[in-house]
Ligand binder design. Structure first.
Ligand SMILES: NC(=O)c1ccc[n+]([C@@H]2O[C@H](COP(=O)([O-])OP(=O)(O)OC[C@H]3O[C@@H](n4cnc5c(N)ncnc54)[C@H](OP(=O)(O)O)[C@@H]3O)[C@@H](O)[C@H]2O)c1
Length: 366
């Protein structure tokens, strides 16, 4: 049950006499059980499990989101670039219209695209995305990537030059873009603000100039790429970390197959790692559940994507067991550091020449 739903629940109403202490105890227990993390500044509770929706076509994602909501998911992660916001909006609208819950029970994240990464475009894209999602507000709005491309105004896709290189917008300015997002938040159309794929020095620059500090950072994070330094930095600044590709993105290999800079052998099989499988057997859980639990147990939010009902259930069944300190240490050891990175965005030809390209080159998968 979401916190907002809980407030209207029978138990809460019955105990009106000492509501405040009862409420505090319940919130404490929800947070302690790792089902939610509290965001800075707004104190909104963000579910530690969300549904990822990248690589899910509109036809498939509409029924998937509806199914996921029925199974208890309350947090959905999408983006302008996933081309599925409208289908997700349809699913949520139907779920609400069928009396299964209200908008306030849900936590919806979407992202400002690379082609809109400039102050003058923030409102335009947010308006369009809210319209597609059929919502008055999103719970979290992230700048998807720190670099920007010039936009084809008809298709709202990046301009690509005749040599295949992406037409980089060299004037990307994070501070002015962030301030434009703060304005939208003041207007109530964004509840919380965050970043995705930014590095430490880019985040530091925003923190030093902003009014509202970034509340969430969404980055690639899984057992082979545990991002310990970046997570420590985020914890020091009260920024919640969301792990994308928490299972190692097994579907990415097929997605990238015809892309520039692709090497299929370089894709990891974290689900097949012997230590992960051994721990899974010991707990009578699956490798995916162990990988997700490992992160949630460390207060990292996870957003695994699946369109299969069986795996949706499996991925959400991670709150009834705990990894021991020995198992946690065992999994810490399979971290490959920078070598474990899958998403370096080099499939966008020429992107590394952008002044805000965030990663060190030479170690990530090409
Ligand atoms: N901010 C960014 O730049 C960024 C980048 C990448 C991703 N993301 C977000 O993060 C989400 C998750 O990342 P991701 O989709 O790349 O990778 P992921 O969640 O690590 O892996 C998804 C893949 O694993 C399969 N899968 C799901 N559950 C499974 C299970 N229990 N056992 C075995 N296989 C399973 C899925 O196939 P089925 O669907 O067939 O189950 C799918 O192919 C995305 O969907 C997106 O919302 C953000």
């Amino acid at each position: 049950m979401s916190v907002r739903l809980f407030l209207r629940s029978e138990n809460f109403v019955k105990r009106r006499g000492n509501n405040i202490s009862y409420f505090c105890r319940c919130i404490h227990s929800l947070v302690r059980n790792m089902k939610y993390v509290k965001l800075s500044q707004t104190e909104d509770l963000m579910p530690t499990l969300g549904l990822g929706t990248w690589q899910a076509s509109p036809e498939v994602i509409e029924s998937t989101v509806y199914k996921a909501l029925d199974l208890g998911y309350r947090h959905i992660d999408t983006a302008f670039n996933y081309n599925n916001e409208e289908a997700i909006g349809n699913a949520i609208r139907k779920w609400i219209d069928n009396g299964k819950g209200t908008r306030k029970d849900l936590f919806i994240t979407t992202k400002l695209p690379h082609v809109g990464n400039r102050a003058s475009d923030v409102k335009k894209f947010l308006d369009l995305q809210l319209k597609r999602l059929q919502m008055e507000y999103v719970d979290l709005y992230l700048i998807h990537v720190p670099f920007g491309f010039h936009c084809n105004p008809e298709t709202l896709t990046p301009v690509v030059k005749s040599n295949g290189e992406y037409d980089l917008d060299m004037d990307t300015d994070h501070i002015s873009t962030w301030k434009a997002m703060e304005e939208c938040q003041k207007g109530g159309r964004i509840r919380n603000l965050g970043l995705s794929n930014f590095n430490e020095s880019q985040i530091t620059k925003i923190i030093s100039a902003c009014t509202v500090k970034p509340q969430v950072l969404q980055v690639e994070l899984h057992a082979y790429f545990q991002q310990l330094d970046l997570r420590k930095f985020c914890s020091d600044h009260d920024i919640v970390v969301t792990a994308y590709a928490p299972l190692g993105s097994p579907g990415a290999k097929d997605h990238f197959v015809n892309k520039y800079n692709y090497s299929p052998d370089a894709f990891p099989d974290i689900l097949g790692h012997p230590d992960v499988n051994e721990i899974a057997q010991d707990h009578q859980k699956t490798p995916a559940q162990v990988l997700l639990r490992y992160l949630v147990q460390q207060k990292v939010v996870v957003i695994p994507k699946s369109t299969s009902e069986k795996r949706l259930k499996e991925n959400s069944d991670i709150y009834d067991f705990e990894l021991t300190p020995v198992e946690v240490n065992q999994l810490k050891k399979i971290d490959q550091g920078e070598e474990g990175r899958i998403f370096n965005f080099l499939f966008w030809k020429g992107v590394e020449n952008h002044p805000e390209y965030p990663f060190k080159l030479g170690s990530a998968i090409n």
